[in-house]
Design a protein around this ligand. Structure first.
Ligand SMILES: NC(=O)c1ccc[n+]([C@@H]2O[C@H](COP(=O)([O-])OP(=O)(O)OC[C@H]3O[C@@H](n4cnc5c(N)ncnc54)[C@H](OP(=O)(O)O)[C@@H]3O)[C@@H](O)[C@H]2O)c1
Length: 263
């Protein structure tokens, strides 16, 4: 059965998800800070400039695809009393404890909450979602049928489905996704570029720089600001770089010191 899904935040990731949902036959509506009415018309999506009007429509699911940094502002600008019936709220933010806490705080008690993180994006998912990981946490679910239908959107594309707590997600994401983006952004700060003598390893680094900087800086900084585990991983990285530098300097002084003695 197809779902009526209302997307809040129709930027790059919202549009990316919408394409597959349309392909699967779901009915989509969208609202966003910017005006995407022209683009939505081409995709067969009804676009609402007025959030209240958007909420009054009969949505099975409200899918939140806004930036991590703007979530609080976006939720507080939504007149939630205009909802016509209990609705499943799903978020796809790349951090999980923060939306979980906010959604539990602001949503009406009759609204169900599913916190998710598709661990892929417009680059890694451009050729399909097969074997890409979809993490989810059923934070507050009473209507299991609607929730299962939503989860099936990803399962039916062949995603690797992973049920996990928001806390566990943030611990792991700080060690993996945040570090990946930090290395990519650091390489960009160094302005690394392909050379005529690239090794495969270096090509991988250039690619990492390119893919991570294609995501907005809002997204990257959100991974740090709203994941309480990220700061310690940044410190680990800094300390590790210093240790590697110290090892090299020590070896250099041993080597050159030996050579001097031999002369
Ligand atoms: N890109 C990925 O690969 C990926 C993967 C998994 C999850 N996610 C998550 O998906 C969400 C969207 O990611 P994204 O790649 O599209 O880029 P993003 O920069 O994280 O978010 C862009 C979206 O946030 C909205 N937005 C930003 N500031 C706003 C504000 N002050 N008020 C209202 N809306 C605001 C934008 O609306 P307008 O366009 O209308 O300005 C747009 O819809 C993020 O939470 C991200 O963590 C992204």
């Amino acid at each position: 059965m197809s779902l009526k899904i209302g997307i809040v935040g129709f930027g790059s990731f919202g549009q990316f998800l919408a394409k597959t949902m349309i392909k699967q036959g779901h009915t989509l509506r969208a609202t966003s800070r910017a005006d995407y009415s022209h683009f939505c018309l081409q995709m067969g999506i009804q676009f609402f400039r007025d959030v209240a009007e958007f909420l009054e429509f009969d949505n099975d699911v409200i899918l939140i695809c806004t930036s991590i940094l703007s979530l609080s502002e976006v939720l507080s600008s939504m007149p939630l009393t205009r909802l016509q019936r209990p609705t499943l709220f799903v978020d796809v933010l790349s951090v999980k404890e923060h939306p979980r806490a906010l959604l539990l705080r602001v949503l009406p008690v009759e609204s169900d909450i599913l916190c998710t993180h598709p661990m892929f994006g417009p680059d890694s998912g451009k050729d399909g979602w097969k074997d890409l990981t979809f993490m989810y946490d059923k934070v507050r679910i009473r209507d299991e049928a609607i929730c299962s239908k939503f989860i099936h959107i990803f399962a039916s594309e062949g995603c690797r489905m992973l049920q996990m707590s928001c806390e566990e997600h943030d611990k792991l994401a700080a060690k993996s996704q945040f570090i990946t983006h930090t290395i990519g952004r650091t390489l960009a700060e160094m302005d690394v570029k392909s050379t005529t003598i690239d090794t495969k390893g270096f090509q991988t680094l250039v690619q990492l720089k390119d893919t991570t900087t294609r995501d907005s800086f809002d997204l990257y900084s959100g991974l740090f600001v709203y994941n309480r585990f990220a700061v310690q991983e940044l410190e680990h990285l800094e300390r590790a770089l210093h240790r590697v530098k110290d090892m090299l300097l020590q070896r250099k002084s041993e080597e050159l010191g030996t050579q001097k003695a031999e002369c």
